[in-house]
Write a protein that binds this ligand. Structure first.
Ligand SMILES: [Zn+2]
Length: 72
């Protein structure tokens, strides 16, 4: 159960304002959390790709020609 940050009264799920003091209730922005999660996944994916490239670079012969990665 959520409570008002100003007066501490219990607040219903659908309430947008506090029934006791009338303060505007702010809910956690789900969109920002979603974007943060997407960024985290992209970061993780990029890290995995970098790790994969690093591992393949380590195993390959150093004398072999290095493919260009300018189109990243
Ligand atoms: Zn209140």
């Amino acid at each position: 159960m959520a409570t008002c940050t100003r007066c501490g009264a219990s607040i219903g799920k659908g309430d947008k304002v506090c029934p006791e003091c009338g303060v505007l209730l702010k809910r956690k922005n789900r969109r920002s959390w979603y974007i943060a999660r997407v960024c985290l996944v992209l970061l993780f994916f990029g890290l995995a790709v970098n790790l994969l490239n690093f591992c393949s670079g380590m195993s390959s012969d150093s004398s072999a020609p290095v493919p260009k990665e300018s189109n990243m």
